[in-house]
Design a binder for this molecule. Sequence first.
Ligand SMILES: NC(=O)c1ccc[n+]([C@@H]2O[C@H](COP(=O)([O-])OP(=O)(O)OC[C@H]3O[C@@H](n4cnc5c(N)ncnc54)[C@H](OP(=O)(O)O)[C@@H]3O)[C@@H](O)[C@H]2O)c1
Length: 355
Amino acid sequence: MKRTALVVGASGIGGSSIARELVANGWTVYGLARRPRSDIATVLPIAADLLDPAGLDAALAGVSPTHVFITSWMRRETEAENIRVNAAMVRNLLAALSSRKTLRHVALVTGLKHYLGPFEAYASSGTLPDTPLRESQPRLAVENFYYAQEDEVYAAADRDRFTWTIHRPHTVIGKAVGNAMNLGTTLAVYASICKETGRPFRFPGSEAQWKGLSDVTDARMLARQLLWAADTDAARNEAFNITNGDVFRWNWLWHKIAGWFGIEAAPFDGTIQPLEQIMANDGELWRDMAKRYGLAEADLDRLASPWHTDLDLGRPIEVMTDMAKSRKLGFSAYQATDESFFDLFGELRIERLIP
Ligand SMILES: NC(=O)c1ccc[n+]([C@@H]2O[C@H](COP(=O)([O-])OP(=O)(O)OC[C@H]3O[C@@H](n4cnc5c(N)ncnc54)[C@H](OP(=O)(O)O)[C@@H]3O)[C@@H](O)[C@H]2O)c1
């Protein structure tokens, strides 16, 4: 049966990878965003704001997806606002598609804040969750925009009789420009600046993160799991963690990253030194580097998101996920984490996003 995908947030770090995977597997793919950019020629762009129901209806006229992959999100100042806008985006989207009767499956991408709490209480207060994080762990007793998004999907699924899956990546490693959270590109830019200036390439996070076990999610792994779930009856109406399938310690990976850039990793003294402070005045320097090296993006803020890298690397506990649930159902993809970073760095260099 012919399958048509609507990837919502198709220009983002997760959405663009999903769109690429679906195209590679022969799907017809629409990509929705307010400014739908794609380097994949065959993705059919839909420009729409999910917070504008009338505009959304108009933009989706004539589009009848069988599968919807939701990766859009907006960051607001408080969790109450995050809940309001992000739930509305999912609600508006599924309401706009409700009359189609073509929708068979909706996949929603959320993340480990499901277990760690929202940004404003992010693994910092109260009881820290048991690790590895498991899908069977109950929701936290604190409001969270992921829960609100999930609840919108469940309500629409009951109403319109489609199946759903929820996908919870850890930090996503992949290529995106101008998106909200991109640890891989942030570290690539930071390492490039250290190489240029001789500044020490120092781990900015906590001792727990430096020494503890971690995992991450290659954007390609996220895409593979979404595609697998769309094709797997046993995966219906389930939530899944998704990570690379290996674990590492930052005190190992930091040296590997330094080696890729041909610089030394500075010793770590056990204290947090946020990248947001270290890179606060680097905008001008990056503009100069962009000119000198002929880079494609001179605006540091469109490449680096140090606030988010600091949150991830500054956590007071080691964080890794359990992948048994999808593995038992047959999802067997694996990705070596050092190669996730090296592949990204190589892509950034080829596209002249780093020197
Ligand atoms: N990035 C990570 O490391 C990471 C890690 C774990 C979990 N997650 C979670 O994964 C989910 C997806 O995040 P992501 O990082 O892939 O997102 P992202 O890279 O920031 O991309 C967000 C996408 O949503 C679109 N969008 C935002 N507001 C919109 C609106 N009002 N109407 C239509 N489109 C809109 C954006 O395009 P326009 O701006 O052009 O509209 C973009 O395509 C989020 O729940 C996030 O919390 C991310």
